[in-house]
Write a protein of this length. Structure first.
Length: 154
């Protein structure tokens, strides 16, 4: 037999011949039921990379309106301190090519893409104490902090 082109690229259903004594019986097997293409579940929206408290948002609004008008806060992670990592914050004029944009409470800030794995799920707050004031982070990825509180490890 020569080459036979199959319809839709599928070979024909197999056929079996059984011989019992002098009688030949032909059986025809039905093809397997057609399977439907697997459906993909709709993609759920990812949770925000990080969130801001009301106090942090108010402080950023104040900074953006006055001393840092036209700039955005950029958060990164640097390698320093006795525990290995520290939060690095700076004001920039525009987002860099690797920056993630975070919007919360109507405020926009940037996160360095290299810091995203360290910051997932973090909450940024602004605390005012008797001798100091500043942004603080509640980070579920932190496994510990150094004694002075300036650096952390994951």
């Amino acid at each position: 037999m020569g080459h036979v082109a199959y319809e839709r690229g599928c070979p024909p259903d197999p056929e079996h011949v059984l011989i019992h004594g002098n009688t030949a019986m032909t059986t025809h097997t039905d093809p397997a039921p057609a399977t439907t293409a697997p459906t993909t579940a709709p993609r759920r929206e990812l949770p925000p990379l990080m969130t801001l408290t009301d106090r942090a948002a108010k402080r950023l609004v104040s900074l953006y309106a006055n001393a840092h008008a036209g700039q955005l806060l950029r958060i990164g992670i640097s390698t320093k301190g006795c525990s290995g990592h520290a939060y690095d914050m700076s004001f920039v004029n525009e987002a860099g090519p690797g920056d993630e944009v975070v919007r919360d409470h109507g405020v926009t800030l940037l996160v360095d893409r290299k810091a995203t794995l360290f910051l997932i799920g973090s909450v940024m707050d602004y605390e005012v104490k008797q001798l100091e004031a500043g942004f603080t982070f509640s980070n579920p990825n932190e496994k510990g902090r150094c004694g002075c509180g300036e650096s952390f490890h994951v």
